[in-house]
Design a protein. Structure first.
Lengths: 190, 644, 336
């Protein structure tokens, strides 16, 4: 009986720890219904070109907390459909607007760049949604847009929709590493 | 040496020598390594019993928290997300980690003893099943405590549990955990069937088997036919939709959400009978022993259990009456759902008839049997009510069904507690305290009725299931408060039981081999049984084995005591057929279970889990199947010669 | 009934009995099921009493007086005589008869409730996470009425509901009137009922559908046919044009902030079908799918922070300045 209790404790603890480590996904699974996230960035931190005066500053690739959260990315997907982003960007392949699932980012692929794109709008047709979407909704959309080119972890990215299949699932999209140079549209479109 | 069964019991010296040899052959290694490698069905069975009771308590704590939240309207103890995880894990754990494993575990421990075998068939598979079950259970509760617990209900209806509406890995964890525990139940079922058919003591023909053994046999067959469906549905279909983008449940691409419901409930309905039928066997055993007569209507009881086993596969659509199933089809299932009440009623009447002409002793197990009659009959009657389509359309998915299902499932838990008091002396050699037992019983029956009876009215007054709160204007507050108070009483009763068990384990009154003067074979073994179960395998001479034995009780001789040899008998009449060697204790089942974990845990995240798992599984499976030494081969040819 | 009166009523739960209960039928469907239920529970109670009494009597009539009586007293292994056999067979036969009677009654009740009669009023209900989209169809597009979470029906006339789902499985259930029917994606289900007495009947979603399944209620307002026709005509109108500067400002706030992304108001540029139609919001008794009475204070709280009332709902919290909020509320109140 003594052996049993010690061994039982050991086995149960061991299994629990192992299971826990493999499942640790608090970030992924948190359902944050309400939050008041900060607005995009401090002044001057959002850059639309890479060229800067002085020595080159190494850019640290940031990843917003929303991109590690499956609920946020899935809300972004819902909003993408509900607010008709697919009307111009289709389901990532582009059409009237540029594709979102490729590796070319006209205005930058960092979360804060995409945030600015959505809130401020961009030349050549991207509307400014500032004031029409809550800040949390914009960050969710940012996370979803990044997932379209495989830039969020696979276990966070959404699976297939419950609609007709028009694109590969985001969780099976290979990562399209963003090209670092920002190309103005006039140099890329015929 | 022949395996014929005509010799009389041997002398005392022979007995002592035999005892020592058997002890040496059948004992495991000492210490931690012995604990990890044992294939003794009693040690594995006891582990299963204790682990599933632990899961019962954990799942019950979930329920306690739920009742706390629902005690008052608009309570803020837990929010919707956490509540959804709580009720999902409560249902999943109670069904997959407590109810079925506990009933199987009692079978794994007691069926070999009751049929007179030295061990269960396929002992390594038995150990493997336990480890798999433990890993699956820890996965589920670990997930809950890390906020990754599944949150779409124990039935996980699509499209809510599909990829579009359940982000993250919560449902994937549920899907893989279900399969883990299934494997354990399936291997347990296989072992019970083979033990019952091929390892019975000579003379125990099928119509002399104890009713608990019949119950476990019927249950094992139900497990074999029902559980693969939920494995298919969760690990293949649902995981396929979520991980690799199949469209089985996507109507836009030709799939159908109702497919999930059919697959799940085709398993789900037999599942509740898998929980319930062993309890019927337990009631028979207790009633026999405590009225000191054989049960009335043995053939009727056996046939009733078999009928329930078959009929339970024809009821599943009654969970789907509110969907678009056509009226004629639904009516068929009304008829079958009502029909299954007939064998159950027959059994209750047979037990009452048994008690009527007996001299019942009102010890705690008998009290729990009375509690079973009182509780289960209410559940059965509300079951007949919800079998009716028009009434079910009002009661479905309300607290009326919550009341019904708890009444019937607790109708299985009452005999389970009774059997704990009955078999505790056999398991440990000591009695559970009788006064604490009676206190446990009264608290439990009061608690159960206080908690679940008001729910009938709540349901008809409109309270739907799976709601984390309700508005005050609905008027559901007072009855919910009453139900929550009842839940506290249930908690108290379980605490009393735990205190009783903990204390009696060490210091309870000593019990002999057969303290109840019971008729079945497990009471011929010592309390607790030695690793080899019986010094001599007895020859059974009647249905009540210990009551019908003659003074010169014949036993089996000629089995080897230096290796683990067991007797294999024929299916119908249990005539000796051949001898079979069981393997020694080994670590391979544990390694295989870990390898199975290495398949299913990665499958939560990636379909590559199948490849990883296959790679991990190959070495332990090879080790498992590795042929034994030449000495073993010589033994096998000898026994095959003997069988011919 | 006005929203204020409903609000008062909702604060007094004990005086609001039966408005959400299968035990207070207000129409023939619920009436027949209620009758079936009463028969079944009375018979069941009798059966239970008989069985339990038999079990208790069997236990106590000859039980061993002392707990530790000698073990050698064991009963003969016989079956107890032909009397016992007859009793058991008789009891089983009685069970079969009772079950058969139940079965016949079940089928008869079921048949009576299945087919909608001719001339039923059609209504389309679509379930969303976590609100009900209600549409009164018409062959003329300008006569279609779209509302949310509140269904008006004329008493004495059968109503047939065409049920569909926009996302997951929901279940429509007004217990006073009729049993439930699931709303399953990919399927259209049908449910019909008739309300025979005027009143307010509450219903709630009855199939677990996610975070706010608990607060996905609806109200059925059963009213005399003239009142119903008047209500329908009012609902067919476009939104009232704002008359004063405050309400005009309110409309501007609506059209220039996040409201317009999800809600539509007929007669304005707002046409999104993501959330409930708000054209006649002011005429509804409740907001947030039956969660709160439709009063100014509740509406303000809902607009500013829906997540504190229904955490997980799709409506985001909105940062809105106090003046804008007052204007918006004034405008929404005019939408009758």
């Amino acid at each position: 009986m003594r052996h049993w209790s010690a061994a039982a404790r050991l086995a149960l603890c061991g299994s629990a720890v192992a299971a826990g480590l493999s499942l640790y996904g608090c970030q992924r699974e948190e359902r944050r219904f309400t939050e008041w996230p900060p607005t995009a960035t401090a002044e001057g931190a959002v850059r639309e070109v890479e060229l800067q005066p002085g020595p080159p500053v190494r850019r640290v690739a940031t990843r917003s907390a929303y991109e590690e959260n499956a609920y946020a990315v899935s809300e972004g997907k819902r909003l993408y459909g509900q607010f008709n982003c697919s009307g111009c960007h289709f389901h990532g392949g582009g059409g009237i607007g540029p594709p979102l699932m490729d590796d070319e980012w006209i205005y930058g692929s960092q979360p804060e760049n995409i945030f600015e794109t959505i809130v401020e709008g961009r030349p050549n047709g991207m509307p400014s949604f500032g004031g029409r979407l809550s800040v949390q909704q914009v960050w969710q959309l940012v996370a979803y847009v990044r997932s379209m080119s495989g830039l969020v972890p696979k276990d966070v990215a959404p699976g297939r929709d419950d609609h007709m299949q028009v694109t590969a699932q985001e969780q099976q999209t290979d990562q399209a590493r963003p090209k670092q140079s920002f190309q103005p549209p006039s140099t890329t479109r015929p | 040496m022949s395996a014929e069964t005509i010799e009389l019991a041997s002398t005392a010296e022979d007995d002592t020598r035999m005892r020592l040899e058997l002890e040496r052959t059948w004992s495991g290694r000492p210490g931690l390594i012995g604990w990890l490698t044992t294939t003794d069905h009693k040690r594995v069975g006891l582990r299963y019993i204790i682990t599933s009771f632990a899961f019962f308590i954990l799942a019950g704590l979930n329920a306690g928290l739920m009742r706390l939240q629902l005690a008052r309207p608009e309570s803020h103890i837990v929010g919707p997300d956490r509540y959804d995880q709580l009720f999902t894990v409560h249902g999943t754990a109670m069904m997959f980690l407590f109810a079925v494993p506990m009933m199987t575990a009692l079978g794994l421990y007691f069926v070999p003893l009751m049929v007179g075998a030295r061990n269960i068939a396929f002992p390594r598979l038995n150990a493997f099943g336990y480890w798999t079950y433990l890993i699956g259970g820890c996965l589920l509760f670990g997930a809950l405590y890390l906020n990754t617990g599944p949150d779409t209900g124990w039935f996980a209806y699509v499209p809510l549990s599909g990829p579009a509406f359940s982000p993250g890995k919560r449902v994937d964890i549920w899907a893989q955990m279900v399969t883990f525990t299934e494997i354990a139940a399936l291997v347990g079922a296989i072992e019970i069937i083979v033990t019952v058919f091929k390892n019975r003591a000579p003379g125990m023909s099928l119509n002399r088997m104890p009713l608990f053994v019949w119950a476990e046999l019927v249950t094992a067959f139900m497990i074999l036919f029902a559980l693969p469906w939920v494995a298919l549905g969760s690990t293949v279909f649902l995981a396929g939709d979520r991980l690799i983008g199949t469209h089985l449940f996507n109507p836009a691409e030709g799939g159908d959400p109702l497919l999930w419901q059919h697959v799940f409930w085709f398993f789900g309905h037999p599942e509740v009978y898998i929980v319930f039928v062993p309890a019927l066997g337990m009631v028979s055993e207790i009633v026999q022993s405590f009225t000191r007569r054989e049960v009335f209507g043995y053939p009727a009881l056996v046939l009733a259990m078999i009928a329930q086993g078959f009929l339970s596969f024809g009821l599943w659509v009654h969970h789907m009456f509110a969907t678009t199933v056509p009226e004629l089809g639904a009516s068929f299932f009304t008829a079958t759902s009502a029909m299954i009440a007939i064998p159950i009623a027959l059994q209750i009447f047979c037990w009452i008839a048994t008690i009527w002409n007996g001299r019942p002793r009102l010890r705690t197990p008998m009290l729990f049997v009375l509690g079973f009659v009182i509780t289960f009959v209410i559940g059965g009657l509300t079951g007949v009510m919800v079998a009716s389509v028009p009434f079910d359309l009002q009661a479905h998915d309300t607290y009326f069904v919550v009341a019904h299902l708890h009444y019937v499932l607790l109708g299985a838990v009452f005999p389970m507690f009774g059997i704990f008091y009955y078999w505790f002396p056999k398991l440990t050699g000591r009695f559970l305290d009788e006064r604490l037992g009676k206190l446990h019983f009264w608290l439990f029956i009061i608690g159960v009725n206080l908690t679940f009876f008001p729910m009938h009215f709540l349901g008809l007054q409109g309270m739907t299931r799976r709601i984390y709160t309700y508005l005050p204007e609905t008027g559901w507050g007072p009855l919910n408060l009453l139900a929550s108070c009842g839940a506290l009483v249930i908690v108290l009763s379980v605490l009393v039981f735990l205190a009783n068990a903990a204390r009696s384990w060490r210091t309870g009154a000593l019990a002999g081999d057969n303290p109840w003067d019971a008729p079945s074979l497990e009471w011929a073994a010592s309390s607790p049984p030695r690793p080899y179960n019986f010094l001599h395998i007895p020859v059974v001479q009647g249905r009540a084995a210990l009551w019908s034995r003659t003074p010169d009780w014949p036993v089996v001789t000629g089995l080897r005591t230096d290796i683990r040899e067991i007797l294999v008998t024929t299916v119908l009449d249990a005539a000796p057929d051949s001898r079979h060697r069981h393997p020694d204790d080994t670590i391979v089942p544990l390694l295989t279970a870990l390898a199975v974990g290495a398949t299913f845990i990665p499958l939560i995240f990636t379909p590559w889990g199948v490849v990883i798992g296959t790679a991990c599984l190959l070495p332990p499976l090879v080790a498992w199947a590795w042929p034994r030494s030449p000495e073993h081969d010589e033994q096998r040819s000898e026994e095959q010669g003997a069988a011919v | 009934m006005s929203a204020d009166a409903l609000g008062t009523l909702l604060q007094q739960p004990l005086q609001f009995p039966g408005a959400h209960s299968a035990l207070a039928p207000a129409g023939p469907q619920a009436e027949r099921v209620h009758a079936l239920w009463q028969f079944m529970w009375i018979v069941s109670a009798v059966v239970w009493v008989v069985v339990v009494l038999a079990a208790l009597y069997a236990t106590f009539r000859r039980r061993m007086p002392a707990v530790d009586a000698p073990l050698e007293q064991r009963e003969p292994l016989s079956s107890g005589g032909p009397g016992m056999l007859t009793a058991v067979i008789g009891a089983t036969a009685a069970t079969i008869v009772v079950l058969f009677v139940f079965l016949i009654l079940d089928f008869r009740t079921g048949r009576a409730l299945t087919t909608p009669p001719a001339g039923a009023l059609p209504i389309k209900v679509t379930g969303h996470q976590w609100w009900w989209d209600v549409q009164y169809p018409s062959s003329r597009p300008d006569q279609i009425v779209t509302t949310a979470n509140e269904i008006h029906v004329p008493i004495g006339r059968p109503v047939v509901l065409e049920l569909a789902s926009a996302d997951v499985i929901h279940s429509f259930w007004p217990p006073n009137l009729v049993g439930k029917r699931d709303l399953i994606p990919g399927y259209t289900s049908t449910l019909w009922f008739r309300a025979d007495s005027a009143g307010l009947y509450r219903g709630q979603c009855a199939e677990f559908c996610g975070y706010q399944h608990a607060k996905m209620a609806f109200y059925i307002v059963a009213e005399p046919p003239e009142k119903f026709t008047a209500w329908l005509a009012q609902q067919r109108d476009s939104a009232h044009t704002p008359a004063d500067s405050l309400t005009r400002r309110g409309r501007e706030v609506f059209l220039s902030s996040s409201c317009v992304m999800c809600h539509s108001i007929q007669g304005t540029p707002a046409g999104s079908r993501v959330g409930p139609d708000l054209t006649h919001l002011g005429s509804r008794l409740t907001i947030a799918a039956g969660t709160l009475p439709n009063t100014r204070g509740n509406l303000a709280g809902w607009i500013v922070d829906p997540q504190s009332i229904k955490p997980g709902a799709e409506m985001p919290s909105n940062q809105i300045s106090p003046d804008d909020l007052q204007a918006l509320l004034a405008y929404l109140e005019t939408l009758r």
